[in-house]
Design a protein around this ligand. Structure first.
Ligand code: MG
Length: 256
């Protein structure tokens, strides 16, 4: 069942969304060659708790971290580790969220570590474009397939591929609510979008094949061909006025 939110509930979700965006920025600013993903995780947890929030990921399904940290060919769900040291030229996806007043925020971004190759820089740009193409379709009267179609078209026209097995989701008091929000699809197909839906839209875009494989820890997901992958996510409310990004800091230059 899709749980629609009232406009006052959407307002209430903005505190969790703002803190989620802040922690993502703070972690992003700490990324540099030589830092470990465990150090990034500690920065995130400390920041979230200092603002009175609860790390949404920590303990979720047994996940040990406050962030997922996925490097290069790792797509999602990388467990923060003292053994993973970032190097110049890597890309790293950080997925994190916070719970405030019982509401959950969820967002992700992929960052370059120092200077990256032209291919990786292009993948980063395409992944970000996919996210915004999807968000632009999050309007009442559209259908779920319109979001996935826009993302898939943006990725494939650029020669990239869309991960199929992992998708976006509804979000509210729980991190994962209905519906699933695939990053691929057909125009005008699927669930009718309505005001009051709050969705985590989160394209995972691969440079090579869309196929994935699981890591040995039961969490980590990698590309099957070892080529890099990016992940961009925002929590978005569908309102009468159009899509509203919830995971955003006030004054952000790109409101959508
Ligand atoms: Mg998510």
């Amino acid at each position: 069942m899709v749980i629609l939110k009232t406009s006052s509930e959407i307002e209430a979700m903005k505190a969790a969304g703002r803190l989620s965006a802040e922690v993502l920025r703070v972690v992003g600013e700490a990324i540099r060659p030589g830092i470990t993903t465990l150090e990034l995780d500690q920065i995130a947890e400390k920041f979230i708790r200092s603002r009175g929030g609860i790390p949404a990921f920590k303990g979720y399904g047994g996940f040990p971290g406050s962030i997922c940290a996925s490097v290069n060919d790792e797509i999602v769900h990388g467990i923060p580790s003292a053994k993973v040291v970032l190097r110049e030229g890597d890309i790293i996806s950080i997925d994190t969220g916070a719970i405030v007043d019982g509401w959950v925020g969820d967002n992700a971004w992929t960052y370059p570590v120092g200077t990256v190759s032209e291919d990786k820089a292009r993948l980063l740009a395409v992944g970000e474009a996919c996210l915004y193409a999807g968000i632009a379709q999050a309007k009442s009267g559209n259908r779920l397939g319109d979001i996935g179609f826009a993302i898939q078209r943006t990725a494939e026209e650029a020669g990239m591929s869309v991960v199929r097995e992992y998708v976006g989701h509804g979000i509210g008091h729980a991190m994962h609510e209905e519906p699933n929000v695939p990053n691929y699809g057909k125009q005008h197909r699927g669930l009718l979008l309505e005001s009051g839906m709050v969705l985590a839209i989160e394209p995972m875009i691969n440079a090579g094949t869309h196929k994935t494989k699981r890591g040995s820890d039961g969490w980590l997901v990698r590309t099957r061909d070892g080529k890099p992958s990016v992940h961009f996510e925002k929590t978005v409310a569908i309102t009468e006025g159009g899509p509203v990004v919830i995971t955003i800091e006030p004054g952000h230059p790109k409101p959508l």
